[in-house]
Design a protein. Structure first.
Length: 417
């Protein structure tokens, strides 16, 4: 038989019974309760499906926004130059040209002018292969001009070699064998559109999960406090065990959804070629999961502690607002600074500092611009910050969760027992 006594707002939480559960068992039961109650809801299933659909739509937007190869017309007189133009363009990694032969009746100059003014081609190459003419509507593309000049030079060289009795293929092989080798300090970067997509997807996804699951946890704390369920729970377990179990349970739900969305994002990116992902994509996903856990425990512990200070959902927004600013700041900085200059020293140093690192460092890692030592330093600092802040959050939670009525002052929630 059990009775519910009126709890004085200044009274300390009741001590657990001598025969209470072990710490591991207590934390496990609370975590299991959170997992079962949240993953079986329609909102979890529908939100996961909705986010997957949103990723698919975003992928389609990227695909349709990508520009295709620049078309260049070649008239019949210069058609013999087309294979050489294609070969030279294929060797250039930073250009994308498609050479098409202009067919049709009538004056070739009129056809070229119509195609240029209609925007069907960016330029038209005419004349003989020895000295062709490239016609454009307004300005000449310097990359295209370089390709045409190189193709004309190679074509002329081939003819001169044949005239002198030298095999052009053999000559080209001997020249290629003595070519200069290049070494890049960093891997080739993504295009501007791909880079922005990676930044937005990584920072946005983590920001979304920190906000959604952090607020979910905070609302659960207030709900249990309002319904007095927390008093029954704390008659058998300690406050830190209840807080730890709730954090772990909600984190498992969040990681599950994050893995599902991450896997869907990889499948969409690889299947459509919309975004070039890092080579070690599996390792990147694991790293994202680690950063999610660090960031979630860091922010969610503060949100739960703040939520324990109030007894009504209406008062929740005011106490969690400072933590929300801490979550929003790195997201805004990531979009603004990384999109402008991913190598900016300011963003490099900010990505080392918690609570900014759980959002900024994964984005830099996904772009392939974060050195290993910076990743290691940011992880060490994040773990240290997590250890310190969870102790403070645990104290605030224990001092506030059994206090009903008006908001618990911050100084009282932080007091030492």
């Amino acid at each position: 038989m059990s009775t519910t006594a009126q709890v004085d707002k200044d009274a300390p939480p009741p001590a657990p019974d001598p025969g209470a559960l072990s710490a591991r068992r207590a934390v496990g039961l609370v975590a299991g309760r959170e997992i079962n109650s949240r993953m079986r809801t329609k909102s979890f299933v529908l939100s996961t499906l909705g986010l997957v659909v949103a990723l698919g739509v975003y992928t389609l937007i990227i695909l349709f926004s990508k520009e295709g190869p620049t078309k260049v017309g070649i008239d019949r007189d210069a058609a013999a130059l087309r294979p050489m133009l294609t070969a030279v363009a294929d060797r250039a990694t930073d250009v994308d040209f498609e050479f098409v032969t202009i067919d049709g009746e009538g004056d070739s100059g009129d056809r070229a002018e119509k195609l240029l003014r209609d925007g069907d081609v960016a330029a038209v190459i005419s004349g003989d292969t020895a000295g062709p003419t490239m016609t454009v509507e307004r300005e000449t593309d310097p990359d295209l001009l370089a390709v045409v000049n190189a193709a004309v030079a190679e074509e002329r060289t081939t003819r001169e070699l044949e005239r002198e009795g030298v095999d052009p293929v053999d000559f080209a092989q001997r020249v290629a064998s003595s070519a200069t080798q290049t070494r890049a300090l960093e891997p080739s970067g993504n295009s501007a559109a791909e880079q922005f997509a990676l930044i937005l997807s990584s920072t946005g996804l983590l920001y979304f999960f920190f906000i959604v699951y952090g607020i979910m946890l905070a609302q659960g704390v207030v709900e249990e406090k309002t319904s007095r369920v927390v008093e029954l729970l704390l008659s058998s377990i300690r406050p830190w065990q209840l807080l730890a179990g709730k954090l772990i349970g909600v984190a498992v739900v969040g990681v599950t959804q994050l893995v599902l969305l991450g896997g869907a994002a990889v499948v969409l990116a690889e299947g459509t070629g919309a975004i070039s992902l890092p080579t070690a994509v599996a390792g990147t996903l694991v790293t994202m999961g680690v950063w999610f856990l660090l960031g979630f425990f860091l922010f969610a512990a503060m949100l739960a502690a703040a939520a324990a200070r109030v007894s009504r959902q209406e008062d929740l927004q005011a106490v969690v607002q400072p933590v929300m600013v801490l979550i929003t700041t790195p997201f805004v900085l990531g979009i603004a600074l990384l999109s402008k200059n991913a190598h900016d020293p300011v963003i490099e140093w900010l990505s080392l500092v918690p609570p900014l690192s759980p959002i900024l460092m994964p984005a830099r890692m996904l772009l392939g611009i974060a050195p290993a030592w910076q990743v290691a330093v940011s992880l060490v600092l994040a773990v240290a910050a997590l250890a310190g802040l969870t102790r403070i959050a645990g104290r605030m939670y224990a001092n506030s969760v059994l206090r009903s009525g008006s908001r618990v002052p911050l100084a009282e929630s932080l007091r030492l027992r």
